[in-house]
Design a protein around this ligand. Structure first.
Ligand code: PLP
Length: 409
């Protein structure tokens, strides 16, 4: 009898965002001619930069000729892309070894897969609210314990993110082993200052913990003096894996490419207390579980770092940042309490009259034909908030704001 991994049964049958689709579909059945605007989506809408497309076209032609055909990619990714990543890090004063960079098919894969190289008994800390994949991966790997009456997992330490601290996660009062940090944060749009990030690195050094630092939105940090990478903090290479993605930076959500950095200095421990460089385990996992990302896509990613590629990519990011700042400013002027939306494509909005997230979601849907993302899908503490994003088109963003203005919330 083949047994199921029952940990998978503990996560919701439908991914949290699917509930939104269910409700939207129900609305569409009742109002088939209504013009819905999605103002909460986490997926990008602008096409790929021309340089990326051009580079991939060249790569496709290479693949059609026997002299330039490529088979399996090197397990870590091609040097031409890794070299560009290292140069980019060097441009803000960080030196990373070539061996530490692993090209992946997007941040989500590594965020889940990293659980394979970490012991089962680790206590995991997760911000609440945050990107739901951290919690789901913890549940599916059998580390979460049991679900309590407060809808929290008994072995997970939830890092409070609330208005009291402007949604900056608070350090745990107990010892934790693995900390997921998302900076800029999805959904709250919060971005950590250097001193705030240093507190986390210091905590991890003191407690022999590691930080899985999700920098998927790093390209949106545009104010000076904010850390772009956790490795700007002294000692971080000893405790942090940095995960990055081209998805929201350059429109790669459909193409799939990103990378993770596993510094040689990053140590985990056996139960006997022996030190193990995490990269050793990651190399083994990589060699056995993946054949990497296609040559064509890696050539596309490389083009992001060319002079034209950089300009086009920055234009994309600026487009979404302008959208989100329009949303932030408009909602603020209408009296909403808003967070984020400055160094992040997301703005986090308190619902009017302390409504639940789902109630406000329904109100926006039925009265304004706007789809937001209810804060509750990012964790219990997200209830009472709505996430809006700058990823729609400018035209739709402006129409949606006009509709909200007329509603006089
Ligand atoms: N990390 C965060 C915080 C995200 O919000 C997302 C996607 O929305 C991802 C990772 C996944 O990124 P990728 O498309 O590179 O898998």
């Amino acid at each position: 009898m083949a047994l199921a991994n029952e940990n998978y049964l503990k996560t919701p049958e439908i991914y949290c965002f699917d509930e939104i689709e269910k409700r939207v579909n129900a609305f569409k059945v009742l109002h088939p001619n209504s013009k819905l605007i999605r103002l909460g989506v986490g997926d990008v809408t602008r096409p790929l930069p021309n340089e990326v497309v051009r580079a991939m076209q060249v790569a496709i032609d290479e693949m059609s000729l026997s002299e330039s055909f490529r088979g399996y990619s090197p397990p870590q990714g091609y040097d031409f892309l890794i070299e560009k990543i290292l140069k980019d890090y060097r441009s803000y004063g960080i030196n990373i070894d070539k061996e530490s960079v692993f090209i992946n098919d997007g941040a989500k894969s590594d965020i889940g897969n990293i659980g394979h190289v970490l012991g089962r008994d680790n206590i995991i800390a997760i911000s609440d609210p945050v990107y739901p994949v951290y919690e789901n991966a913890t549940i599916m790997s059998g580390r979460a314990g049991v679900l309590t009456e407060e809808q929290k997992w008994s072995n997970v330490v939830y890092l409070r993110c609330s208005e009291r601290t402007d949604f900056v996660p608070e350090l745990p009062t107990e010892k934790v082993d693995v900390i997921y940090l998302c900076n800029p944060n999805n959904p709250t749009g919060t971005v950590l200052k250097k001193a705030e990030l240093k507190r986390w690195v210091d905590y991890a050094i003191e407690h022999q913990s590691i930080i899985i630092y999700d920098g998927a939105y790093q390209a949106y940090i545009n104010e000076p003096d904010l850390p772009r990478s956790i490795y700007e903090i002294k000692g971080a290479k000893k405790v942090a894996v940095e995960v990055r993605s081209y998805s929201k930076t350059a429109g790669f959500t459909g193409l799939r490419c990103g990378y993770s950095v596993f510094p040689q200095e990053l140590i985990v421990y056996t139960k006997m207390g022996e030190e193990v460089p995490l990269i050793k385990l990651w190399n083994r996992r990589n060699a056995n579980y993946t054949n990497g990302v296609s040559y064509i896509v890696q050539r596309g990613a490389e083009a992001i770092y060319s002079r034209k590629g950089k300009t086009e990519t920055q234009e994309l990011v600026n487009y979404y940042l302008t959208n989100v700042s329009l949303i932030r400013n408009e909602l603020k002027s209408l009296g909403f309490k808003v967070y984020g939306g400055i160094n992040s494509p997301y703005v986090w909005v308190k619902t009017p009259d302390n409504q639940s997230s789902w109630k406000f979601f329904q109100q926006l849907l039925y009265e304004n034909q706007i789809v937001g993302t209810p804060g509750i899908v990012f964790g219990i503490s997200g209830d009472g908030y709505m996430r809006f994003s700058g990823f729609s088109s400018r035209e739709e963003t402006l129409i949606a704001l006009e509709r909200i203005r007329k509603s006089k919330y």
